[in-house]
Design a protein around this ligand. Sequence first.
Ligand code: CTP
Length: 398
Amino acid sequence: MKSLQNKNILLGVTGGIAAYKSAEIVRSLKKMNADVRVVMTKSSHEFVTPLTLQALSANPISSDLLDINAEAAMSHIELARWADALLIAPCTAETISRLASGRGDDLLTTITLAFDGPIAIAPAMNQAMWRDSRTQDNVSKLVANNTLICGPGTGEQACGDVGIGRMLEPEEVLNIFSSLFKSGKLISKKVVVTAGPTQEPIDPVRYLTNRSSGKMGYALANAALEAGAEVVLISGPTDLNAPEHLHFVSVRTAKEMHEAVQHHLNSTDIFIGSAAVSDYKPSKEYKNKIKKDKGKKSISFELEENIDILKGVSSQTKRPFVVGFAAETQDVIKNAREKLGSKNLDLIIANDVSKTDIGFDSEENEVTLITPRDDYFISKNSKKAISKKIIDFISEVI
Ligand code: CTP
């Protein structure tokens, strides 16, 4: 199911027999990583207990417009501002009528008036009530107001009738509801990005690392997010703030980065290895700080090869579209093209790190995108602008 990571979902529950399904909806929304708050109408308490929905949502339930305590915690205006989307499930014929006529005489309807974002409803009622022309007129008004109508479904009803009117199953409701969040070229695609340097410990106070700032990887993760993708950003130590609205995984060593990549790889559509992974690590990590040996003019370390994270991804049988980076100081295109082949990549992004105004630790970059067929040069620009072009390019070719 689609991720609703970092989305604030306000669930309205009204008084119908299908209210028992709202517990499953809250559970599923939480599994989709949404933050959920529930607003219940008074009559819905007869069908499902506030305690159940409070426990499942891990947030207090709001019910009463005139409850001083509840208003002190989060007023109807604050709830309307907090929410990214509002779902009313189940939504009775009575609530549909009140929404259509713009009433604001209880907490739920008041919130819908104060709320600017998308609203979806999952109607639930007897088949004759659904077919009634007044209900149909009300539904038409809501559709004209851009309300998303999820269902209703057809089949046997709680009252014994058979026909259209029952609430869709929670999974069906949520599949339709989550379409509200679809926009951009990478909708419903999962993108995993590695970024930044790795640190390979020598002893408790020293490590091997490189000059990568992580800026390019973070910009790519943001560009993928803006294109509608679900994004996992696996980052080595950087000075950057973790971007919002994506799954951020902080790692230190190449081994940790490899493990995090393998852990998150399942059902990934695009893998972008922009991290500057240390090719080697000290063969031995000293438990205590290495003391200066005054008798010696030089000391040496043995280094051993780190696992190649990118190759680990491209060698999977059910592999994503794999993108690597080639940070080169000479024969940039030739070396990058060789890496494209040796690492079995779909795309490699070559950049010249010998210049100080682009590449490592700078705000700008200039890159060539190399596929097994063509090269595509992107002239000097901000890492943000370059990232958008790279993501556009990838979304065209996958
Ligand atoms: N990479 C990786 N795991 C490693 C080393 C590199 O996943 N252990 C990835 C980087 O994230 C990058 C690509 O491989 O996408 C190219 O890395 P680079 O260091 O430029 O190439 P190397 O294969 O290490 O070759 P060299 O250092 O000799 O240029």
